[in-house]
Design a protein around this ligand. Structure first.
Ligand code: MG
Length: 235
């Protein structure tokens, strides 16, 4: 079966509350004023990491922030703030009938990850769950188990890490523009196919399978122009 490699955070589940409120909690704990949520996400969607954001905030102890962030970001009480995107289980069920679904995430705590997948009723749709182990790696393609996956197919995700996974392993990248990065940023990082809703995914993949190529670039550019209007309105 053709594989589809799914990212989790920002792709299948909305992590915006966990990321923003953990950031705000840690920043406030240092007596520093946090950016408003809209500004935080405007920076993140434009390509900045949470750590990058701190450079613009006077008075933050970056080392202490990083330690607190790493300690909190995968803790179950913070993970409980994540929400699955609308229709996600149904879409996994549909795709799982025809494709081999693999989850690939840079999460470090496998136990917390599995508990969350169970709580969200998503675990059973994946033939394999690959996450970041204790060994530090510089890209998803280097995670243990990725080299042994069935070749071809698709990598679906919301950041440049997923585009890199696709290009490094010879798969087609399909990017979602509603997650941590904007459609405009993803296109600037070389994403050929950018969609605005998970609902579009089965059709985009089926069309690519029929044509043997990714979606028409003109269509994608037109979609992007429309979505940028939407993105500005939202943030
Ligand atoms: Mg992601």
């Amino acid at each position: 079966m053709t594989p589809i490699l799914f990212d989790l955070d920002g792709t299948l589940i909305d992590v915006s509350a966990r990321h923003y409120f953990l950031y705000r909690s840690v920043i406030s704990g240092q007596g520093v004023e946090a950016l408003p949520e809209g500004d935080f996400w405007r920076h993140r969607r434009a390509g900045e990491s949470t750590i990058d954001l701190l450079a613009a905030t006077l008075g933050v102890d970056v080392e202490r922030f990083t330690a607190a962030w790493m300690e909190g970001i995968e803790r179950p009480d913070w993970l409980a703030r994540d929400e699955p995107y609308e229709g996600v289980v149904e879409i996994l069920e549909t795709l799982g009938r025809e494709y081999e679904l693999v989850l690939i995430t840079l999460r470090r705590d496998r136990g917390a990850l599995m508990d969350q997948l169970d709580a969200l009723h998503m675990r059973s749709y994946f033939t394999e769950v690959i996450c970041h182990g204790p060994r530090l790696v510089s890209g998803k393609h280097l995670l243990q188990g990725v080299a042994e996956l069935t070749p071809g197919g698709y990598a679906v995700g919301d950041t440049e890490a997923d585009i890199e996974l696709a290009s490094e392993t010879g798969r087609r990248a399909i990017c979602l523009s509603y997650g941590v990065r904007s459609g405009r940023y993803l296109a600037s990082r070389g994403a050929e196919t950018v969609i605005g809703s998970l609902r579009e995914l089965p059709e985009v993949i089926n069309a690519a399978e029929r044509s043997g190529g990714p979606a028409d670039v003109a269509d994608v550019e037109q979609d992007l122009a429309l979505r940028n209007v939407h993105t500005r309105a939202r943030f």
